[in-house]
Ligand binder design. Sequence first.
Ligand code: GLY
Length: 391
Amino acid sequence: MLSARSTSTPAGDVARADVAVVGAGPIGLAVAWRCAARGLRVTVHDPAPGSGASAVAAGMLAPVSEAYFGERDLTGLLVESAGRWPAFAAELTEATGVGLGYRTDGTLLVGLTADDLAEARRLWAYQQELDLPVTPLRPSELRDREPALAPRVRGGAFAATDHQVDPRLLVPALRTAAERAGVVLVRGPVRALSDLDATVTVVAAGCGAAALTGLPVRPVKGQVLRLRAPGGGTPGFRHVIRGYADGEQVYLVPRAGGEVVVGATVEERRDTDVSAGAVLRLLRAAVDLLPELAEYDLIETAAGLRPGTPDNAPILGPLPGRPDVLAATGHHRHGIVLTPVTADLIADLVTTGVPDPLLAPFRPDRFTGPSGSVAADRGEPARTSEEDPWN
Ligand code: GLY
């Protein structure tokens, strides 16, 4: 489609980009970085770079513990992208000199009560059927790995390959890498694709993709807390912990600097208000699993909007009838883990015009009828916030 040699623009048309990326979150910045590395002239458009879902994301790289029933294609892509993460992190750190908080301690999966454990085991059995590495642990093995767990935690398992990165380090690093590679960041909203002057447009605008493309991307609210270990210490646990606690699901993500991310609600809502009830439920579940968290400072409460899709999987590839407009959106719970594979595959598609077979299950036209229009019953209709009577 585009090659570095084909990038010359008509005389006087210096502003024209080969690739315009809408959205300066991790997906948009990584796509831009990869495209610039292929010799293309790239702009990224965003009124507030890095202010979307990634601003509150915990950064779990969790292809195993987020392998849910009925999502096999998505799980395959998660595994593929998680496998690319070590090299991606190393390359990004080399390009910027910035550490990303990439940690490979692994993830403990735990159940507080017998009922919680029964629910968790059902999912672990499914994950094992997919040959994903989930290792059941005896209670003593669980405590050997993480002595800070509450004595009443009934049991658990270990997902050694589920790692973590800090999105608040990742996004600035991607921006630095992209800008060093020649990407131009344009701070401003894109109200319509026709506003952009580029050979190819990549829509990586998270929930904003709906209004721009008509694709069925809807906000899925997540409320998230941040705690800090007392006295400037490090958290008293090292694994990511994902637990069922009296029917609540919670994850606890420790950072080297002393922060612990506690998440997250999953709500079919489009506001970013933080509710007392959600804070209460998250904290209760967190402290039930790890009692020492009651002594930590509560330093932040926040809510973000995941870009959800009707099948929970991302939308990657050309819009129906628009080979010049590529979607890279709808990453829902998985934006951080899917960043490397999305960036590689979309940059390859931009430069070769040939979609990698890995993209096949995620094509935008899976949601369209024969006419190419988005099927009305597959997702929330696209609306701008101004038009939305419920907003
Ligand atoms: N991937 C974690 C979340 O979306 O809450």
